[in-house]
Design a protein around this ligand. Structure first.
Ligand code: SF4
Ligand code: SF4
Length: 268
């Protein structure tokens, strides 16, 4: 951490927190204050953040994570940001998360809003659980293929190269360009399971408004529902045996539908 900026950042955060109380809200209406006190769906939290609903309840707005971040990535929401006031967030297009290997922002959190267990993994070598920023899930990058110029056939691999998990979180998919007949597309494709949501790709994108953006998991990920069973997945099989399957009137329909499809395929 750069020592010279510590006092001013602490001071800034102190002032911000003083300003975050009800009496200091100035022009903000009560409605807006209530709005800003609630969890926000489109907000990106620091690594290790627990679910947004629990995060807003747990975070004590101390700003320790913001102070610990050596890149000034994290900010505390101010009145008017339309985010829960005093809670930390980041905007990758401005400053992305640099994915520090020692993740200084997480262990300093005194409230459990940032949980080291959510950014840790067991190391093969010594079987010890260690901090691992690659397991962070701050969000998932999504590509607007209508404005990504690589999807137009123009050569660009900036987001791919900016990714700290190049070839794992983001790959370039080769495709023949049928329009010209002699060129190829190299299209970036994000792997949801590996992407940490650091936003370095969004920050680096060359288009006027980034064609690749990190969105929170709650927005990106769908939910299948427990009545769908993957017959090829051991965990799902176990779940079925243990009857951990919701009683759902759609379940029979779903299984019938899948079974009839399979039957048709086998019959053919
Ligand atoms: S991991 Fe990201 S948010 Fe945390 S301190 Fe490093 S740059 Fe800042
Ligand atoms: S250190 Fe934890 S409690 Fe303090 S502002 Fe950051 S997330 Fe909230």
């Amino acid at each position: 951490m750069k020592e010279d900026k510590m006092p001013s950042r602490r001071e800034t955060i102190r002032k911000l927190l003083q300003g975050a109380g009800f009496l200091g809200l100035g022009g903000l209406t009560w409605g807006a204050y209530v709005d800003e006190a609630k969890s926000a769906e489109l907000i990106l939290r620091p690594p290790g953040a627990i679910s947004e609903e629990d995060f807003v309840k747990a975070c004590v707005k101390c700003g320790e994570c913001v102070i610990a971040c050596p890149y000034d990535t994290l900010k505390l929401a101010e009145p008017g940001d339309r985010k829960p006031v005093g809670t930390p967030f980041f905007e990758p297009r401005k400053i992305a998360c640099e994915m520090c290997p020692d993740i200084p922002c997480v262990p300093v959190c005194p409230s459990g809003a940032l949980d080291v267990n959510l950014v840790s993994s067991v190391k093969e070598k010594n079987k010890e659980t260690m901090l691992d920023i690659n397991t962070a899930k701050m969000g998932i990058a999504v590509i607007d293929t209508s404005t990504c110029i690589a999807y137009w056939g123009i050569q660009c691999d900036i987001c791919y190269r900016a990714c700290p998990l190049m070839d794992e979180a983001i790959e370039l998919k080769y495709e023949r360009n049928e329009r010209t007949g002699k060129h190829a597309f190299l299209k970036p494709v994000v792997n949801n399971e590996v992407c940490t949501g650091c936003g370095l790709c969004e920050h680096a994108c060359v288009t006027e408004k980034s064609a690749i953006k990190v969105l929170p998991l709650s927005i990106i990920l769908g939910k299948v529902g427990s009545h769908y069973i993957k017959g090829w997945d051991e965990d799902d099989e176990k779940r079925m045996e243990e009857n951990d399957v919701e009683e759902d009137e759609n379940m029979d329909k779903a299984l019938d539908y899948l079974n009839s499809d399979w039957k048709d395929i086998v019959d053919e």
